[in-house]
Design a binder for this molecule. Structure first.
Ligand code: 13P
Length: 288
């Protein structure tokens, strides 16, 4: 059964580790993330962007697939199905479709409008027992057409949004979606520290988990980050393993063209990436 992310993130914040959000794209992705979480006895969050939702034919298909897999694969670790960077309309659709968690990304609105819309969702989500992630200060880079400048959030605005009663808060601290450029200045721990001082127990979310060095991840966790999003790194690992398979001519040998064979190296590469991240985030063995 899908669960809200509230409990797992409050435990993570108190226990000084982070739960990974791994974005999914299809059946192979979902299966790889769920089975790795089960093998490592780790809680997990499956992230779905609006673009990926469309690609998989709609939110109801995803809810059906994920619920089916949890049952058929005997997944017993806590799993949250979460809308990533949702619009207000996207949030409403996912609530209806049976997601257990949503992110409302109001970071591109003026703060008053972000507050107003987030407040409305806090109410709806609370009645359903779901979790809600809000965002202040847009995350840099481009993800599924959502482009952000990579600004640092204003800690006082973070406090205003946190006080609305959201479950977790994403704040820009110089992080970027996708690969980091050579001249990236790193995360702003000063900003993160100021945000955590003002928001107290609120689990903080670090987007753009791909390519952030291990020491920065650990420091971010020590300063209150309890959820870390990873998307591009699984895509790169999948593409690399698939390319090697094709370049080695394996699809031309015997029944190597069978999708169950052709997609297997990519699937294993996603599993290895998820395992590496769960170990780094400290969520291994934390499922209850
Ligand atoms: P990356 O693609 O950089 O890992 O970012 C993922 C993310 O933040 C999803 O919201």
């Amino acid at each position: 059964m899908l669960v809200s992310a509230k409990d797992m993130l409050q435990k993570a914040k108190a226990g000084k580790y982070a739960v990974g959000q791994f974005n999914i794209n299809n059946l192979e992705w979902t299966k790889a993330v769920l089975l790795t979480a089960q093998e490592l006895n780790s809680p997990v969050i499956l992230g779905v962007s609006e673009g990926a939702g469309k690609y998989m034919t709609g939110y109801k298909t995803i809810v059906g697939m994920v619920n089916g897999m949890i049952e058929e694969l005997n997944i017993t670790v806590p799993v949250a199905l979460h809308l990533d960077h949702g619009s207000f309309e996207g949030c409403m659709k996912c609530i209806e479709a049976g997601f257990s968690s949503i992110m409302f990304d109001g970071s591109h609105y003026p703060i008053a409008e972000n507050i107003e819309k987030t407040r409305e969702l806090v109410k709806i989500v609370g009645e359903k027992g779901m979790s809600l992630e809000a965002e202040v200060g847009s995350i840099g880079g481009e993800e599924d057409g959502v482009v952000g400048k990579g600004e640092c959030a204003d800690p006082n605005e973070c406090k205003l949004i946190a006080d609305l009663g959201v479950t977790m808060l994403a704040a820009g601290i110089g992080n970027i979606h996708g690969k980091y450029p050579e001249n990236w200045e790193g995360l702003s721990f000063e900003t993160l520290d100021a945000i955590q001082q003002l928001t107290g127990d609120m689990p903080l979310v670090l987007h753009g988990g791909t390519g952030i060095p291990a020491d920065m991840i650990q420091k971010a966790i020590s300063l209150g980050v309890a959820k870390i999003n990873v998307n591009t790194e699984c895509q790169l690992a999948f593409a690399d393993a698939t390319r090697k398979y094709i370049e080695a001519g394996k699809d031309l040998e015997g029944k190597g063209f069978d999708p169950r064979k052709l997609l297997a190296p990519g699937y294993e590469a996603i599993k290895a990436t998820v395992k590496e991240k769960m170990e780094l985030f400290g969520s291994v063995g934390k499922a209850e």
